[in-house]
Design a protein around this ligand. Structure first.
Ligand code: M6R
Length: 593
């Protein structure tokens, strides 16, 4: 995990590399480094964030270079383990994202051949392999080196005497950015968007070579053509636009995201879509995802079962990869904001291998998920920088509602009502945002505790899971999401005055049961904050405090509830002084298994 960037052009490479690296930090960063090519390779790296490195790094002169932010997998965050890594001669430098599975064996072999290693990383075998095969042509040496490697990688290599950067990928994201008398390589688009909006997405097995005025991609020695994409995200969009944190900005973008995501999908009176995955005798559906996207999958399950009347399984991609499945006549959907989550991609490949049609729901155009899938629905959340997923989750929900409603055979009047409600959701979400200062007050209260439960039933059980995930990752409070009816089967033992409960009370068939659960909890001394619809008087008698939410059809209640919980998590984390956008130990895009 982490991010890579390469630059070659007329300008000094160092400031450009550092600037791009700052924009890659959201992918996870516990150390970073750069190498600049001139008559020799000058390198500077350390176990610090990019901005700190930029303050202390000496001036490295040269117009070609590579940079890396690392999130440790092999070996602790340290200067020695930070990238770039060098070969024995110091004439070859490499940066790498991914994991080399056979690095131990390669290290032993190379050591026996006289190579000397200075880090604990798996990456370091790559420059040594390149050195072993180098015969005056870096591209050929990289290709030969990668033949020995088993694992996932996005790499960039440079060497003294060859004014070019060589890059290659397998199961890790990688793009080439085309500039004017300058070219770039990066893990993703936001890193280089300040410099160019013309990008090429590399495929697994591609080797790319860039000089300041040329670019060539090949596979097995044969040149291939890859489409150039024009990116429409503005630079400003990838910045904070005046908000204190990306997370807050991204939560506030949700009304816009709902509008954008639905535009073009929902015509005057009906949603329109034609997807192979929904046709051809599908008798059940399987939805795969990780983390927050998995919570969207769970909500999708409830919506599909209600509006399509087919059995739906929502599963963690990371679990699905390790046990047998009956997949006959099953349609499959993979949900992944980044489109690069290793477990989700692996699950998609497994599905494709057994002949399933796979639909991807992803936020990133040209991402690996979209390339594996038979069809893709792109959510239109825009670039999401905060590690905590907020607006991308909202866009996933919209995609799922739209998809299901497109194929639903429910009564036409009910469908028309739902479409009308769907269109009103931006205003409803705005009402939740307008209630922000009240949620801030509750956040001050929550921030004093070390354990919080989130409970919900039915379609709001996944919202409880998501509320808990948001709180734990941003504020470091131990938070658990629970199906309200399950609390008495164990967690009651933990209840007391120091375990606040956030209860999601929806106006659906779970309502009475939720009130009973809240009474049981109150009887055990735990304070209750309820999320309830405006006009719900009964809840006022029971809960200690209430976050009032606008009225929506119960099927859309996750939309307004989750925004309130995102804000609760955000303000709780802010109250506790946490590094909200970049929580410890987490990466935006989890590109290793
Ligand atoms: O990019 P993906 O949607 O596949 O990411 C999956 C999870 O890593 C992600 O949703 C994660 O749980 C969130 N960043 C947490 O807020």
């Amino acid at each position: 995990m982490g991010g890579i960037v390469g630059y070659i052009g007329d300008k000094q490479a160092q400031p450009i590399l550092l600037d791009c690296l700052v924009k890659l930090e959201y992918r996870g960063s516990d150390s970073c480094g750069i190498a600049v090519l001139d008559n020799s390779i000058d390198l500077y790296k350390d176990a610090v964030r990019v901005r700190e490195l930029a303050k202390v790094a000496p001036q490295l002169s040269g117009t070609a270079g590579i940079g890396h932010t690392r999130l440790a997998t092999h070996g602790e965050p340290s200067k020695a383990n930070a990238h770039p890594h060098l070969d024995c001669s110091g004439n070859i430098a490499v940066i790498h994202n991914g994991v080399i599975n056979n690095s131990q064996r390669l290290k032993q072999q190379l050591t026996a051949e006289g190579h000397h290693f200075v880090s604990e990383t798996d990456t370091e075998v790559i420059p040594h392999l390149i050195e072993k095969y180098y015969d005056g042509n870096l591209e050929e040496a990289v290709e030969a080196a990668l033949r020995d490697v088993d694992g996932s990688y996005a790499i960039i290599a440079l060497t003294v005497g060859e004014p070019k950067l060589v890059t290659a990928k397998k199961d890790s994201p990688l793009i080439i950015g085309i500039g004017d008398r300058e070219n770039f390589i990066a893990s993703d688009v936001p890193a280089i968007l300040d410099y160019t909006n013309r990008v090429i997405y590399l495929e697994d097995g591609d080797i790319g070579v860039i000089t300041k005025d040329s670019m060539r991609i090949s596979r097995g020695g044969t040149e291939v053509n890859r489409k150039q994409h024009l990116i429409s995200w503005s630079v400003e969009e990838a910045q904070k636009a005046g908000y204190e944190h990306f997370m807050l900005k991204e939560i506030h973008e949700e009304p816009r995201v709902i509008r954008d995501t639905l535009v073009g999908w929902v015509s005057e009176d009906k949603p329109a879509v034609d997807l192979a995955v929904m046709r051809g005798g599908i008798e059940s559906m399987l939805i795969l995802a990780c983390g927050t996207s998995y919570h969207a999958a769970l909500i999708g399950k409830y919506v599909m079962e209600e509006l399509l009347s087919i059995p739906v399984r929502a599963e963690f991609a990371s679990e699905f990869n390790y046990y047998g499945q009956t997949l006959a006549r099953t349609g499959a959907i993979a949900i992944t904001q980044s489109g690069e989550t290793a477990d989700t991609l692996k699950a998609m490949k497994k599905l494709k291998d057994v002949g399933c049609q796979v639909l991807a729901i992803t936020n990133v155009v040209g991402s690996a998920a979209s390339r594996i899938a038979d069809q893709t629905i792109y959510t239109r959340a825009g670039s999401e920088a905060s590690v905590a997923a907020t607006k991308s989750f909202m866009a996933q929900l919209m995609a799922l509602y739209w998809l299901v409603m497109s194929y639903s055979k429910i009564d036409a009047r009910r469908l028309a009502d739902l479409i009308m409600e769907l269109r009103q959701l931006p205003e409803k979400v705005q009402q939740v945002l307008d209630n922000e200062t009240k949620i801030l007050e509750y956040a001050k209260y929550v921030s004093r505790y070390e354990c919080v439960f989130f409970i919900g039933r039915g379609i709001n059980f996944p919202v409880a899971l998501e509320g808990a995930l948001k709180l734990k990752e941003t504020s470091y409070i131990h938070a658990e999401g629970y199906a309200a009816g399950e609390m008495k089967h164990g967690p009651f033992a933990l209840l007391g005055s120091d375990t606040p409960i956030v209860a999601i009370v929806a106006q659906d068939n779970t309502y009475e049961a939720m009130l009973t659960n809240i009474k049981e909890i109150k009887a055990r001394g735990a304070p209750v904050i309820a999320l309830a619809e405006e006009g719900d008087e009964a809840i006022g008698e029971l809960a200690d405090s209430i976050i009032t939410l606008p009225r929506v059809d119960a099927i859309f209640s996750p939309v307004v509830n989750v925004v309130a919980l995102q804000l609760l998590a955000y303000y709780t984390a802010r109250q506790r002084g946490c590094p909200i956008d970049f929580p410890r130990n987490l990466a935006k895009s989890v590109t290793v298994e």
